[in-house]
Design a protein around this ligand. Structure first.
Ligand SMILES: Nc1ncnc2c1ncn2[C@@H]1O[C@H](COP(=O)(O)OP(=O)(O)OP(=O)(O)O)[C@@H](O)[C@H]1O
Ligand SMILES: [Mg+2]
Length: 345
């Protein structure tokens, strides 16, 4: 037996739709609006019926309905419906009778804000990547051309230029490695393999790895931790990446003979580790942005030191994918504290 949809069913379907739907008669008066449409225009139940879009205060949509009722074609537009900030894609179609005369119109409102924000983020990201790749490439090309133009004959100059080219190619490959590592964590393609890890051992090993940079700048690095520290649940390789990035920053952005203190302490089910340095610090207005990809407080200086501006974005992603949190406090000229938390076993 074929069941017939009655008004009750149709009302239930309309009420459950995420898209706003409004139907109009041939004069542009609203016959019916679903719940999503009422929410969109901030009116109570039944508050739209009988009105025109002009009375509701939306001239643009009024003009779209007029056009459809007059010409019988479909129209699309993307619009921001005041006082909201969301972007809606509006699609208006004519309703025709059997004689193909226009009897009314139906408008569908779909919230496309997320998609538009995503498009914008993607194009900004591509712009950033291209810029980051172009800078070292331009420099490499410049030095190669100068070498070919004759500078090659002078062995001292040749050696100097080649070492610049070497450093720039190093930066390019680091950039690509960082991008790949970020995208694999983001796309969840890199399967996180959390196991009980001794954080103290990981921190000591990272201090060893960065030992040469620490002694080169005559920095004093101290590690203080609770006597009883539980094991944490983490993917050891990823944890090491977090610790290396944070210690590397503390080293890079602290002047010679400065001090770096690493502290680990347990708070309930978390172990919080902080890296405090006596470095240059970060201006207040930059603090919310340092975990963004490619964000650098001082682009020239960071790039000079081989930075890609991806380190902290990677840290944030890894820590959050482990269920932890990141934070930062800083004062210009005094130093910075970066912190991460991990769950205990
Ligand atoms: N300990 C710190 N002290 C002062 N500024 C810092 C510190 N850590 C990070 N920053 C600032 O935050 C920016 C972003 O750091 P991030 O680690 O993401 O990138 P980077 O160090 O420039 O490059 P990468 O880590 O990829 O080599 C840095 O360029 C720097 O301006
Ligand atoms: Mg860094």
């Amino acid at each position: 037996m074929v069941a017939v949809l009655d008004n009750k069913h149709i009302d239930a379907i309309m009420a459950s739709l995420m898209d706003g739907i409004i139907t109009f008669d041939g004069k542009g008066h609203i016959i019916m609006a679903n719940k999503a449409a009422e929410n969109l225009f901030l009116v109570r139940e039944g508050g739209l019926e009988g009105k025109t879009m002009l009375e509701i205060g939306d001239d643009d949509i009024f003009a779209m309905i007029e056009e459809v009722l007059m010409r019988g074609n479909e129209v699309f537009a993307e619009t921001v419906i005041q006082p909201r900030t969301q972007i809606y894609r509006v699609h208006v179609m004519p309703i025709k009778n059997d004689a193909r005369e226009i009897e009314g119109a139906v408008a569908v409102f779909r919230d496309v804000t997320d998609a538009r924000n995503f498009d914008q983020m993607r194009s900004e990201f591509v712009g950033n990547v291209s810029h980051e790749l172009r800078t070292p490439l331009t420099s490499i090309k410049g030095f190669v051309e100068t070498l070919l133009d004759g500078a090659m004959e002078n062995s001292a100059i040749c050696r100097r230029f080649l070492s610049i080219i070497d450093a720039e190619t190093e930066r390019l490959s680091r950039l690509i490695e960082d991008l790949l590592s970020l995208s694999s964590i983001e796309s969840k393609e890199r399967i996180i393999n959390p196991k009980p890890v001794c954080l103290i051992r990981s921190i000591r090993s990272v201090m060893n790895i960065l030992g040469p940079q620490i002694s080169e700048k005559s920095l004093h690095v101290e590690f203080i931790c609770d006597a009883q520290l539980s094991l944490i649940l983490a993917d050891e390789d990823l944890l090491n990446q977090v610790l290396i990035n944070l210690l590397d920053n503390a080293i890079k952005y602290t002047p010679r003979q400065g001090k770096i203190i690493i502290r680990s302490r347990q708070r309930d089910s978390r172990v919080i580790t902080t890296f405090t340095d006596t470095g240059m610090g970060i201006p207040h207005e930059s603090l919310p942005r340092v975990f963004e990809r490619f964000y650098r407080v001082d682009k020239a200086r960071s790039r000079h030191q081989g930075g890609t501006g991806l380190g902290l974005a990677i840290v944030k992603h890894i820590v959050e994918s482990h269920g932890g949190e990141v934070f930062v406090e800083s004062e210009v000229g005094r130093g910075s504290t970066f912190g991460v938390s991990f769950l205990v076993v």
